[in-house]
Design a protein. Structure first.
Length: 57
């Protein structure tokens, strides 16, 4: 039995050095995201901030 050549298809992903965007969605509307997190979890935020402020003062 002889060896038969096998055709391989490779997918190569590459980033262009001219078109790189590092985490653009993370910084979009950051103040709105922070406000939303605090307004939903204000009890947890208070319990986190109060000891830190108390210790600092």
């Amino acid at each position: 039995m002889g060896k038969q050549p096998v055709k391989l298809k490779a997918v190569v992903y590459a980033l262009s050095p001219f078109q790189q965007k590092v985490m653009p969605g993370l910084w979009k509307d950051i103040t709105g995201k922070i406000h939303h997190k605090i307004s939903e979890n204000w009890i947890s935020a208070t319990l986190l901030v109060a000891p830190v402020v108390g210790t600092y003062s």
